[in-house]
Design a binder for this molecule. Structure first.
Ligand SMILES: Cc1cc2nc3c(=O)[nH]c(=O)nc-3n(C[C@H](O)[C@H](O)[C@H](O)COP(=O)(O)O)c2cc1C
Length: 189
């Protein structure tokens, strides 16, 4: 099982870093698998902890991929870090084991504290569409343009039918980022 979450970490100089990541649950471990190079990876290796935020404000996911990383945070309880102020719930992790890899190390963690902050109010298709579009946006350099267009055409249906203002804003940030990427490629060609 993989859950798409927002990971908050603290650099040795105290700076907060916020990044969307897939959280794997495997053999009793809570596992983060950042691709190198990654600020999240460096911060977890240095501080041996991370905070996982379960968050339905998809602007945080889209924002982190479009240069909007400054989201309100609150201090964590058990680890030296912070949680997102807008998280529905969060879990505080301590790093116990590292499965090293040149491309994608696995960070095997234990949950040392968990807390709920707001109720889960049900699935929203536009939120899922924004998460999918955010993943596409994080892979623009890897994926062919026609595959991205085909997926966006399908995802747009859910956004048009079910989005609220936050989902629409997140979607627009991602579409602007994709357009910017394409304009840059055309200019370079
Ligand atoms: C929903 C979602 C899930 C992601 N999962 C991962 C992941 O598991 N590992 C990873 O390296 N990047 C993942 N990314 C991309 C990272 O968020 C992005 O590349 C980020 O900048 C990671 O690098 P950083 O730790 O330097 O911030 C994901 C992005 C999204 C939108």
């Amino acid at each position: 099982m993989i859950r798409e979450v927002v990971v908050t970490t603290r650099a040795p100089d105290g700076r907060i870093h916020i990044a969307p990541m897939g959280l794997h649950e495997a053999d009793g471990w809570t596992v983060l698998a950042p691709f190198r190079p990654s600020a999240t990876l460096e911060n977890v290796l240095a501080g041996r902890c991370a905070v996982v935020n379960y968050c339905d404000d998809v602007r945080v996911f889209a924002g982190c991929l479009t240069g909007r990383r400054d989201w309100p945070t609150l201090p964590a309880q058990r680890v030296a870090g912070v949680r997102l102020a807008g998280a529905l719930a969060h879990a505080e992790l301590e790093l116990e084991r590292i499965e090293d890899d040149a491309q994608r190390p696995r960070l095997l963690c234990r949950v040392v504290h968990e807390a709920n902050h707001s109720p889960f109010r049900g699935f929203n298709r536009a939120q899922a569409a924004v998460i999918e579009a955010a993943i596409l946006t994080s892979r623009l350099h890897l994926l062919p343009a026609d595959k991205i267009d085909a997926e966006l055409r399908y995802l747009t249906i859910a956004v048009d039918k079910t989005a609220g203002p936050a989902e629409r804003e997140a979607w627009e940030w991602l579409m602007a980022r994709i357009a910017q990427h394409r304009a840059g490629k055309e200019a370079a060609a």
